[in-house]
Design a protein around this ligand. Structure first.
Ligand code: FE
Length: 196
């Protein structure tokens, strides 16, 4: 199994997101998920398949936590890769937002409402079956995930993502994140995956 490594952050602080907040989130929390994912996959190599059982088995529990932890890694990487820009969508993602989501202001309002409603993640994804951009929420890393959808813009709305800077002010945090979005990540994925 491929060993995961911690993807470095491209910045130390951003307007409205402090260095302390970002380093706790990236260097401690996200890096911890990478370490655990490697541990889970290493233990899976030797877990006894003959004892697999849906109520309890070591193999089953490791497989279950693999989905939780792998999604934690993927979603955090997308979240950090989505930051470091000026918040202004352009190019292919702007076309999608305009075509599928009623324009930038309506999309931002949808992302904000979803971020207040979610207990974990907001994922603006290109749904391959609907052939459009749609906003999904995910209450924990492996609950609410939609298959056949490519995550393009990801917001972490767990309390650890904002509490140090905003206490309970989640809406202000979401606004700060939206203002720091870097749409190069989404535009690159749209082009690489030939989404339209
Ligand atoms: Fe997080």
């Amino acid at each position: 199994m491929k060993e995961m490594t911690v993807k470095p952050l491209a910045f130390t602080s951003l307007p409205g997101l402090s260095e302390k907040l970002l380093s706790e989130h990236h260097d401690v929390l996200y890096a911890g998920y990478v370490k655990k994912l490697n541990e889970i996959r290493s233990k899976l190599e030797t877990a006894d398949r003959a004892e697999a059982n849906a109520s309890y088995s070591l193999f089953g529990e490791l497989k279950r936590e693999e989905t939780f932890t792998a999604n934690a890694v993927k979603l955090h990487e997308a979240y950090f890769d989505n930051l470091g820009g000026n918040g202004q969508p352009d190019d292919a993602i702007l076309e999608m937002i305009s075509r599928d989501c009623g324009g930038v202001d309506t999309w931002r309002a949808e992302m904000t409402a979803s971020g207040i409603a979610a207990r974990g993640w907001v994922v603006a994804a290109y749904d391959l079956d609907l052939a459009c951009l749609i906003t999904y929420i995910c209450d924990t890393h492996n609950l609410g995930c939609i298959w056949n959808a490519v995550p393009l813009v990801v917001l972490d709305v767990y309390e650890h993502a904002y509490y140090l800077d905003y206490a309970t002010g989640r809406k202000s945090y979401i606004e700060a994140v939206l203002n720091n979005l870097n749409f190069a990540y989404a535009n690159d994925l749209i082009k690489r995956s030939d989404l339209r």
